[in-house]
Structures are given as C-alpha cells and as structure tokens.
Design a binder for this molecule. Structure first.
Ligand SMILES: Cc1cc2nc3c(=O)[nH]c(=O)nc-3n(C[C@H](O)[C@H](O)[C@H](O)COP(=O)(O)OP(=O)(O)OC[C@H]3O[C@@H](n4cnc5c(N)ncnc54)[C@H](O)[C@@H]3O)c2cc1C
Length: 364
C-alpha cells in the first residue's frame, strides 16, 4: 500500500476537480487492507473510498478523512451457481471494461451492454451501474466488504445490497468498503435481447433481437462514442462524469405528455418508467457547448455537464443548480444529482440542491 500526503484529488477524478487528500492510500493488494484499517482508525469518521473517480465530484477543500483508492485487480472463476451460470469473483479495483472483455472472451453474457462504462468493479454495486437494458443487479450474486460500523469483514448477498435504479444500500453511505464482487454469468453464443432502439438501429435489426455478444458490445460502444460517453474518445469533452443526473421517474400522465413530445421513455427492471436527464436538459433549451457556470458547460456531443478551463467544485454545483431550476421551470420535472459528492463540503458553501443530496444517508 502506497501512502501519500496532500495529493491533489483532482488528478484522481475524471472531472479533474477537487482539493488535496490529507492522506491518500493506494491499495494494490487486498492483503494490505488491515494496514489501511489501522491507519483509518487514527482519524475521526469514516474513510472515503475512491475507484477511478468517474462518478465523483470532490470538494474544493479536498478531504480531511483518509482516502482509499481501490487499485486491487484480479478475476477468478470460482464455480457454478445452482442454475448453471458461471460464478466470477472480481477484485474491487479491477476495471469494469476489462471484466466485460474477459467475460466476452470466455463466451459469457450478462455484462456485454456495459461496454464503455469507465470505473472499477467495486463501484458498480454502489449505483447499480447500468446501460442499454442491462444492470449489475442482473448478475450480481454477492459482495464482500469491510463494515466500518461493526468492524468486520462481511458478505452481503444481492438482496442485502438493495439494488434499485442507480442506487443501493451503499449509495451515499461510507459504512462499507467493497472488497470483492461475485457475478453469475451465462454461457451463450447470443447476447441479451437488444432493447434500445439506437443500438438495434446500429446493428440494423429489430428491437428485441439477439446477436453475438461481441457484436452487441461493439454496437453499444459505437452509440456511446457518438454521445461522448466513452472516456478518451472526445478530447474537448474529456472532463466528464457521464450523466450528472438520475433519469427521473415519471407518472403515467408525464409519460403520455413526454411521448407526445417525442421523448424516448424507458421501462426499467424495477418497474419504473423514466426519461433520460439529457432529453430534459435539451428540452429546457440548453444548447450543446453552451456555458452554464464558471468553468462548466454543456458537452459538445450530449446534453450533460462538462468541466472546462477554470472549473471548480463550487462552479460545478452552481451549474447543477442552474440546470435543475431551468428544467423544473420548463418541464415541471425535478432532476436530482446522480454523482457522488466526496470530501469536505462545508454547509452554506454550496447550493440547496447539492446540500439536500449530501445530507442523505451517511457513514458509520
Ligand atoms: C464517460 C462516462 C460514462 C458513464 N456512463 C455510465 C453509464 O452508462 N451507466 C452508469 O451507471 N454509470 C456511468 N458512468 C458513471 C461511472 O462510470 C460509474 O458510476 C462507475 O461505476 C464509477 O466507478 P469509479 O470506480 O470511477 O467510482 P468512483 O467515481 O471513484 O466512486 C463512485 C462512488 O462509489 C464509491 N466507491 C468506489 N469504489 C468503492 C468501493 N470499493 N467500496 C465502496 N464504495 C466505493 C465512492 O466512494 C463513490 O461514492 C459514466 C461515467 C463516465 C465518465
């Protein structure tokens, strides 16, 4: 485990925003985790966990609690589930994109639509990562985690993780540090049914068809590139967290209204019906590339917020507020942030929208 003092967290996040970490521990070997527990014990409060920083907005003040960067890697095939699926145990710091490729290489399906999503496997249960009709909840069997409340290593099965639409028992809480994740993946020569129109169009097949899994992944990647939703694809829009806001749940009346206005409304595995935040942001009149607050603008490719020259956490939260207010005024729908606010956010220094997000469930 490498420990550094005063490391700027901006370099550890895809937004490139955030002050220094008082203590930054880079964990590459799970065997060193007890050493981190001893280190964290000399600080008040729960430590902060960071994967690849692709869903995180770190405060300008940085982080006074120890920051643990999960950098542990490894994929193990650990047996068969009762339904015949292959069980795969993955270290929390392992890149999701590598896991998707490994699964495809072994003829296993269940993760193929998640191609192109940045970040680590340990972060995937936190917001039940998902895209194009597939979610981590489809394949997650259990996680092992360190519970900072009971000070024990625990195993939580899928039910205990309470995975919902971009949420779980871990979202907004620093109680657990996820150490490993076990997935059950199915051997198949065909992908899951293609449920998204844009992906089906790319493949030139009807919605609901199945194709070889690698073809499904490639089509998803192509659609994502077109929206700047793959890191490193667009240089100008490279400081991104993907979607900043949840796709809001709609009432039946809102579904009817938005479908009349041409919105693509999607039904999710938890039974909810939602429209993408990007559709609402466009509807509210934000033009691609337009500035929203100091150092923050709309992406050139997609209706999401991007950090630019002069960006700060204060500017980004101001931009969040501007978008939430204007979308509410123009569409009657309230957006809420999906990104995680990490570090020392001092009361009164940020907007009411952000404050209400941060004061959700917290640590030990
Ligand atoms: C271009 C782009 C596209 C994206 N597209 C999608 C998408 O399609 N679907 C989607 O769901 N998300 C998407 N995201 C968001 C992001 O990639 C995911 O949320 C991802 O899982 C974050 O992983 P990370 O390792 O970067 O986590 P981080 O950003 O480092 O952390 C995210 C949260 O998880 C916590 N955390 C991280 N690791 C652990 C751990 N081991 N134990 C406990 N808590 C932990 C952190 O404390 C923080 O609260 C996108 C992001 C970008 C930049």
């Amino acid at each position: 485990m490498r420990v550094t003092h005063g490391l700027p967290l901006a370099r550890q996040t895809t937004l490139g925003i955030g002050g220094p970490a008082a203590v930054f521990a880079d964990l590459q070997d799970l065997a060193d985790f007890p050493e981190f527990v001893s280190l964290a014990d000399s600080f008040p409060g729960a430590p902060t966990c960071l994967g690849a920083g692709s869903n995180a907005l770190v405060a300008d003040a940085g982080c006074s609690s120890p920051v643990l960067r999960m950098n542990t890697k490894g994929v193990r095939f650990v047996g068969e589930a009762v339904d015949g699926r292959t069980l795969v145990e993955v270290q929390a710091g392992h890149p999701l994109s590598d896991l998707v490729d490994t699964a495809l290489g072994h003829g296993l399906i269940g993760l193929e639509m998640l191609a192109g999503i940045p970040g680590t496997v340990g972060a995937t249960p936190v917001q039940n990562v998902g895209a194009y009709g597939q979610e981590i909840s489809d394949t997650l069997v259990e996680v092992t985690a360190w519970d900072w409340l009971t000070r024990r290593r625990v195993t939580l099965d899928a039910a205990a993780c309470r995975l919902g639409h971009r949420t779980s028992v871990f979202k907004g809480s620093s109680r657990w540090t996820l150490l490993t994740v076990v997935f059950a993946l199915r051997k198949s020569v065909l992908s899951a049914p293609i449920s998204y129109r844009m992906v089906a169009e790319r493949l030139d097949i009807p919605v609901g068809s199945q194709v070889p899994p690698a073809e499904a992944s490639q089509a998803v990647l192509a659609v994502r590139r077109g929206k700047g939703m793959v890191l490193g694809f667009s240089d100008v829009d490279r400081r991104t967290v993907g979607s900043v806001f949840f796709s809001p749940e709609l009432t039946p009346a809102q579904v009817r209204q938005l479908e009349d206005e041409g919105a693509a409304v999607n039904r999710f595995p938890d039974g909810s019906t939602r429209v993408s935040a990007s559709w609402l942001i466009r509807r509210a009149g934000f033009a691609l590339g337009s500035p929203v607050a100091k150092g923050v603008r709309v992406s050139y490719l997609h209706h999401t917020l991007i950090a630019d020259v002069g960006a700060s956490a204060a500017g980004f939260t101001e931009a969040i507020d501007v978008v939430v207010q204007r979308v509410l005024e123009r569409t009657g729908i309230r957006l809420t942030p999906e990104i995680d606010f990490l570090g020392d956010w001092h009361e009164g220094h940020y907007s009411t929208v952000v404050e209400s997000t941060i004061s959700g469930p917290t640590g030990r």
